[in-house]
Design a binder for this molecule. Structure first.
Ligand SMILES: Nc1ncnc2c1ncn2[C@@H]1O[C@H](COP(=O)(O)OP(=O)(O)OP(=O)(O)O)[C@@H](O)[C@H]1O
Ligand SMILES: [Mg+2]
Length: 214
């Protein structure tokens, strides 16, 4: 379970998150929607331990991650979180297989089978020796999804994962997220500014100017 209590976040003078309180249950597939600049990515980055709030508490599985040291936050990211971004963020000079394996190596796990299994799960069996530039955008995003899933994270964070894909390719990624949500116990948080993308999730949280709309 993820709990955010009275979260405030500033960037300089800009008051970007203003008293965000919310709860996301284990296993939920939640969409966070809102217009550009409303604070969606900022919120996701706080949950993922990539940034810290200026006030308020973030509690993940009973642990207050907002009080973690840098080292503890790094472990939180590595062990509990999988990330998918709009522009895939694959490393260009290593193979698909090595891209997918990165999170395992960071956790000192050598399990090639797991990486192959994840590639198969996203429909890319046999492409392991290819390089990112040899794949279409949709295929690259499926590699990013395999990389995010390889460590079996409790929480999958996806920030506009379909934002740079055409609608059909994007729909396939969203269907994959739905399937993964149904077959695993993990939580999925999907950030999007598109209502039709949010409809793939079980629940939508709307944010406007750093405030949750109810
Ligand atoms: N690292 C940063 N430094 C300064 N300002 C920032 C930083 N990150 C975000 N902001 C500002 O905080 C506000 C919220 O940004 P955020 O990226 O969370 O919005 P968003 O809802 O994800 O928007 P988009 O849909 O365009 O991705 C914006 O005004 C942005 O300029
Ligand atoms: Mg954003």
């Amino acid at each position: 379970m993820i709990q955010l209590q009275a979260i405030e976040k500033y960037f300089g003078e800009a008051h970007v998150l203003r008293g965000i309180t919310l709860e996301i249950k284990k296993g939920e597939f939640v969409a966070i929607t809102g217009s550009s600049g409303s604070g969606k990515s900022t919120l996701l980055n706080l949950i993922g331990g990539m940034d810290r709030p200026d006030a308020g508490k973030i509690i993940v599985d009973g642990s207050e991650i907002s009080a973690y040291s840098d080292e503890q936050l790094t472990l939180h990211r590595r062990q509990k979180i999988g990330f998918v971004f709009q522009f895939f963020n694959l490393l260009p000079n290593i193979s698909i297989f090595d891209n997918v394996r990165i999170p395992l190596l960071l956790n000192n796990i050598s399990s090639p089978e797991r990486a192959y299994w994840c590639l198969e799960r996203v429909g890319l069996a046999g492409r392991d020796r290819s390089y990112p530039w040899q794949l279409s955008g949709g295929e690259q995003q499926r590699v990013a999804l395999a990389r995010a899933l390889v460590g079996d994270p409790e929480i999958l964070l996806a920030d506009e994962p379909t934002g740079s894909l055409d609608s059909r390719t994007g729909a396939r990624i969203l269907e994959l997220l739905e399937e993964i949500s149904a077959e695993s116990s993990g939580t999925i948080i999907l950030v999007t500014h598109e209502e039709y993308v949010a409809r793939h999730a079980d629940r939508t949280i709307r944010i406007s100017d750093g405030v949750i709309l109810i």
